[in-house]
Design a protein around this ligand. Structure first.
Ligand SMILES: Cc1cc2nc3c(=O)[nH]c(=O)nc-3n(C[C@H](O)[C@H](O)[C@H](O)COP(=O)(O)OP(=O)(O)OC[C@H]3O[C@@H](n4cnc5c(N)ncnc54)[C@H](O)[C@@H]3O)c2cc1C
Length: 374
């Protein structure tokens, strides 16, 4: 079989690159995908109760990048959606990231007003301060508040999610959990937020619908690579697998999703409820809040963090710490050696957590390099 480009993986990275190369360069692309569906981890489908669910956990699209938003808008219309998350703390459901409304829900009014005043003396209204930074504040009342948030909201969730203490993780992870000096309960403040109106899978079908693109599902690249004659390849799978683990395995965290259907119209008041302390799961997500679907029943995903075991579950989150960054740098040398015939991109090939917009941005940037002959 002959093709100009072989692309491994039909997630955002592989599908955007396939669409660009096929439509802008007029070249033939063969996309191979080991799963039985397109969309990578953003894949959604209707379950046996007719509810549109996300197989690999709730996916909310958000970006500040107008270019990425308008590019994807050629393939989908959007349902405006602002994500809201509550966390169960001492029996109260409080907004996270922690903000002034969370303080008001947990502390007596006089104490809440005092904390708010102290915070505003030190930080700007609307700013976001990492909890770890707040713990170093000079004022004992603020340190106490920071310790409270750290113990009740942050520590338990982080240990469940990563099996590591926050301090052991790279600052980029802990910086993601800020105190928000605001009454804005939205989880993201990005300019563009929403979900594809007909679902992610439909968006992917449109991305890949081009006469120059051929798609093979249920096809692991290792099983077919010898039979395919290609000019160049883009690989979006795990980089350590590609190089037969010559430098060792890159560690990941995995998840188990337990889908539950309930014969009620609404299971919880928001799309995502976090459980930082009690129970072995970290969060419960109700899909109807995301999609706006109306139906008499509802489906939720209960999420259990797991160690990643090769062949048993999926690698979801690269574990961001210095030792793993060093290990990846050794693979980077291998990547440089096989370029430009073989290019690597995406969350598994770059060993980096990307939001969907970042994965699309990475793919569009790589396409610019390809089309400029670099
Ligand atoms: C639980 C969870 C929740 C998330 N929620 C959000 C969210 O709310 N908002 C957001 O912006 N982002 C979210 N993300 C991130 C989002 O999933 C990623 O940004 C996106 O999936 C990255 O796309 P990708 O193409 O790089 O990787 P993937 O989607 O993983 O696609 C890679 C594809 O390559 C295939 N593949 C791998 N190896 C081979 C092989 N040897 N042969 C053939 N095919 C192969 C895989 O099967 C996969 O389909 C979430 C991620 C997780 C895990």
């Amino acid at each position: 079989m002959k093709t100009d480009w072989l692309i491994v993986g039909a997630g955002f990275t592989g599908s955007v690159l396939a669409e660009r190369i096929a439509s802008q360069l007029g070249q033939k692309v063969l996309v191979v995908e080991s799963r039985n569906h397109i969309g990578g981890n953003a894949y959604d489908y209707h379950d046996e109760h007719g509810i549109l669910v996300h197989r690999y956990g709730p996916h909310i699209f958000h970006t500040n990048d107008e270019g990425i938003w308008s590019y994807l808008s050629r393939f989908t219309r959007w349902r405006p959606y602002y994500h809201r998350v509550l966390a169960m703390v001492d029996g109260h459901a409080v907004p996270v990231p922690f903000n002034f409304n969370s303080i008001a829900a947990l502390f007596p009014p006089e104490r809440a007003r005092q904390l708010e005043r102290l915070l505003l003396e030190r930080f700007d209204y609307g700013s976001k301060t990492p909890i770890l930074q707040l713990r170093e504040a000079e004022d004992p009342a603020l340190r106490e508040l920071a310790d409270f948030i750290y113990d009740k909201v942050f520590l338990g969730y982080t240990v469940k999610q990563w099996e590591m203490k926050p301090e052991e993780l790279a600052p980029s992870v802990t910086a993601r959990i800020p105190f928000h000096l605001s009454r804005d309960d939205r989880y993201f403040q990005d300019r563009y937020q929403g979900l594809p109106q007909e679902g992610y899978t439909r968006l992917f079908e449109r991305l890949l619908d081009h006469p120059n693109i051929r798609l093979m599902l249920n096809t692991d690249y290792h099983d077919v690579v010898e039979e395919i004659e290609f000019e160049r390849m883009i690989y979006t799978g795990p980089v350590d697998v590609f190089f037969d683990f010559i430098h060792g395995e890159l560690p990941y965290r995995s998840l188990r999703f337990e889908m539950q259907h309930h014969a009620v119209e609404q299971y919880q008041s928001v799309a995502q409820m976090n459980y930082p302390n009690e129970y072995p799961w970290t969060r419960i997500s109700e899909f109807k809040h995301l999609t706006g679907q109306s139906a008499p029943g509802t489906t939720v995903a209960v999420e259990y963090p797991q160690p990643f075991v090769r062949g048993k579950n999926d690698p979801y989150y690269p574990i961001p710490c210095e030792a793993n960054a060093q290990l990846f740098r050794r693979y980077q040398k291998e990547i440089d050696d096989v370029a430009p015939k073989i290019l690597f991109a995406g969350r598994l090939a770059d060993y980096r957590y990307y939001n969907m917009d970042q994965a699309v941005g990475r793919a569009l940037a790589l396409f610019r390099r390809i089309s400029e002959g670099r």
